[in-house]
Design a protein around this ligand. Structure first.
Ligand SMILES: Cc1cc2nc3c(=O)[nH]c(=O)nc-3n(C[C@H](O)[C@H](O)[C@H](O)COP(=O)(O)O)c2cc1C
Length: 365
């Protein structure tokens, strides 16, 4: 079936008016307890007015031990629900739809490292630069329950969907990867064991939100590291997750990709997304480097994916889709400089002409 950028698509009962997603983008817009700030409401209000098919929030941690970065949204306790409700409301007020992205960082938490807290990981990996230890079977089960509870909070707070962050080297990527998961218990030991965490999280989330609430994943279907998860294994894991209740998949990087430098016209994850789409019966999207409406039309026409996601372009232009709808079809103004990502890792200050400046200034205000 041929789809167009501005044709509707249904994901488990919710109708998205077009094929564009705002990919999850952490804006450092929570307070120190993970609660929603006025600045977050401002950002999401603008996105909500932007005619984007689905807005996905910046990642929210499912337990304090899963926090990746400072000023991140929390979804780890009941106390977060009223704030999350205001966030969903800000998007709805503009006519948009919104999914809460939930995450556990595993051993990839610069935030915990800075605090001197040891991260939890599937296995201890010698030489890994962030202090971590292997988690017990009981801790694995706690985290699975944490995802279920966080997804239920998203539903209670009025979100239209939840998205599990199974990409970018965070905990799901760590469990899947033979480079990071050296366990010999039921949570490792074989390809099937390494994806058991994925399947069990989806089952638990489904149990908590019931059948008619959309559950999405952002998924690094393979690793870009020698000896990492292969495309074949990644597709098998996705197939199992879909059988357990996943409704749509946004393809991104697994371990070793997505350094924030790519994206200058290249679509590094399109081929693997197209391969995954051929294997699963649910909508598949792709993120990274999409800047141009013509390209979107082409890849939808060729049937390679069903949806596309953009992150950095919406930092610069929350109204990008409106601009395209109104007839100015020139490419996104984002220059993919990647400064917004570097600022997040506190590696360096952004240059004066970077659009992230505006965010920082408002944060300090
Ligand atoms: C500032 C910044 C924050 C990000 N935060 C998240 C996040 O919270 N969750 C996530 O899955 N990806 C996050 N990403 C990755 C983006 O969603 C996206 O995958 C990546 O930027 C590539 O897409 P783009 O070329 O359209 O920017 C972030 C990226 C940037 C630049």
């Amino acid at each position: 079936m041929i789809s167009e950028p501005f044709s509707a698509i249904k994901i488990n009962g919710i109708e998205l008016p077009n094929r564009f997603m705002r990919s999850a983008t952490h804006e450092m817009a929570a307070d120190n307890e993970g609660k929603i700030t006025e600045r977050a409401l401002d950002i999401y209000g603008r996105l909500g007015r932007g005619n984007i098919g689905l807005v996905v929030t910046g990642y929210a941690y499912v337990s304090p031990h899963g926090q990746a970065m400072a000023a991140q949204f929390g979804a780890h306790s009941e106390e977060m629900v009223p704030g999350l409700r205001t966030l969903a409301g800000a998007v709805h007020a503009g006519g948009g739809r919104v999914a809460l992205q939930i995450v556990h960082a595993g051993s990839e938490s610069p935030f915990l490292r800075k605090k001197g807290i040891t991260c939890l990981a599937p296995s201890f990996i010698d030489g890994h630069d962030i202090p971590h230890r292997e988690m017990s079977g009981g801790e694995v089960e706690d985290i699975i329950r944490g995802f279920g509870a966080a997804a239920e909070r998203a539903k209670m707070a009025g979100f239209d969907a939840v998205q599990l962050h199974c990409a970018h080297g965070y905990l799901f990527s760590q469990f899947l990867s033979p480079l990071r998961n050296k366990r010999s218990d039921m949570w490792g030991g074989s390809a099937e064991g390494r994806r058991r965490f994925h399947v069990e999280v989806v089952r638990e989330v489904r149990r908590r939100v019931d059948t008619d609430f959309p559950v999405l994943i952002k998924y690094g279907v393979m690793d870009d590291q020698e000896g990492g998860t292969s495309l074949e294994e990644g597709i098998e894991a996705a197939t199992d997750m879909v059988a357990a209740g996943v409704d749509a998949i946004e393809v991104s990087a697994g371990m070793g990709g997505n350094k924030g430098e790519a994206g200058k016209g290249a679509l590094p994850y399109l081929d693997r997304a197209a391969a995954l789409k051929r294997a699963v019966p649910v909508p598949v999207g792709v993120v990274h480097g999409i800047r141009n409406l013509e390209t979107v039309g082409d890849i939808l026409h060729r049937g390679e994916v069903d949806m596309v996601s953009l992150s950095r372009p919406f930092i610069r232009e929350p109204g990008l889709i409106n601009r395209w709808l109104e007839g100015d079809r020139s490419p996104a103004r984002c220059i993919s400089c990647g400064q917004c990502l570097r600022v997040l890792f506190e590696q360096e200050a952004p240059p004066d002409n970077c659009c992230w400046q505006e965010y920082r200034a408002r944060r300090k205000a």
